[in-house]
Design a protein around this ligand. Sequence first.
Ligand SMILES: Cc1ncc(COP(=O)(O)O)c(C=O)c1O
Length: 396
Amino acid sequence: MELLSAAMADNIGKGSMIRRMFEAGIALKREHGEEAVCDFSLGNPDLPPPPAVADGLRSLLGGMDKPFALGYMPNGGFDWARNALAVHLSGEQGVPLTGGEVILTCGAAGGLNSLFKAILNPGDQVLGIAPYFVEYGAYVGNHGGVFRAVPSRPETFALDLDALDAAITPETRALILNSPNNPTGQVYSRREITDLCALLERRSARTGRPIFLVADEPYRFLAYDGVEVPALLPLYPYAIVASSFSKNLSMPGERIGYLALSPRMEGREDLMAGLLLANRILGFVNPPVIGQRLMAAALGSQVDAGVYERRRNAMAEVLKEAGYEFLLPKGAFYFFPRAPGGDDVAFADTLRRHLILGVSGSAFGGPGYFRLAFCVEEAVIYRAAPGLRAAVREFA
Ligand SMILES: Cc1ncc(COP(=O)(O)O)c(C=O)c1O
């Protein structure tokens, strides 16, 4: 008996690589014990939230006897929360933003879904840069759009503007730029981004329909060695930031994120009206109350990025010593090394036999590579060293 729609059955099939690894990981931990398995599979930040989050939670408790303490609210979040976030983002992005240009969402994921619901006509295309965050295809497909991956430059994962230019068609509605990048750790330079904005302005003018530039940047806070993560809102009138407090405040389970529209965008009031409705009719109804209170209490603080930097350095040392080829991540908490032997699916299986969980690059549109998430304790990274050495030796 068919219980699933054809589209959902297809999606489940496509997602099977990560799911297979996830399920195998659970089985491995059951068989060998949690401690024996080195799990670098998921980007689930393990650091506790910064102290300001706990302070916010305590003061929230004090108001629990008030009416509507946890009640419904306007679709885009509390006005005071949108205003506070707008002030914060004005500083971060370097443009003056008001609460009317900011909407709170259920994570960056919810924000991207509300955005695509609001802007896509059936068959519209959204471009992404491969390798890419694995959920983009589903988010775009959810709203009748088509996700199209455009390769980045080989080896460096830098933007390939010629490939992007060639991929743009009259159906191109948006381009997603994820920097710092999951899975590659790449951070795009100001030069690359200004050239990209010039390209989008040129191509938008030609078709008479703006191509949105969506900056998916939950890892903005996590760039290493002083590398700049340029703000996009000042650089392009149809730029939209989609982000969240999942990583910088280590509270991904609380589902609080946002979209911010360039104050130079003509017609942004109409777009905001669409986003506010989308937030409700997609079933989110409104962003979480508690998350907004925690966000407001902790705006401007973040987890200690130095911890991630030490882990990145530890992982680089271990991978280098074992003989892997990789780029040192400039940001985020992922390594994306070459898969020894070239077959990333086979290599992820090999790692698993050595009780190491990573994800094959094909799951991100990056075959020939594999991803290791280093949001784990340094001890786990060092514990993985013998297994990583043994796995690479099998392909020597
Ligand atoms: C690149 C990227 N975009 C969006 C998200 C979604 O994050 P959120 O928890 O804010 O929905 C993630 C989560 O890992 C991500 O890596």
